[in-house]
Ligand binder design. Structure first.
Ligand SMILES: [Zn+2]
Length: 78
């Protein structure tokens, strides 16, 4: 899934975002509640990854955690 998220960046369909006054976790929750259509929403600890898709969006919500240089992904906003 990390590879898929990276490839979305490479083709300009993803952004890693933060918002002033909101924690990244609160921002992720806000995007989720907003009903905005996305392919992947990933809470990555210090930012939020929002990926779009040229095909049918998967509406996949994940939380990433990093250890030893590797990312692992759990379902939902943790
Ligand atoms: Zn990203």
């Amino acid at each position: 899934m990390g590879g898929a998220a990276n490839s979305a960046h490479q083709i300009g369909l993803a952004a890693d975002i933060t918002a002033p006054g909101l924690t990244p976790r609160a921002l992720a929750a806000l995007i989720l509640q907003s009903g905005i259509e996305f392919d992947q929403l990933i809470y990555e600890g210090t930012w939020v990854h929002v990926g779009l898709s040229s095909g049918a969006p998967r509406s996949q919500v994940l939380t990433a955690s990093f250890s030893g240089g590797h990312a692992s992904y759990a379902a939902g906003i943790r």
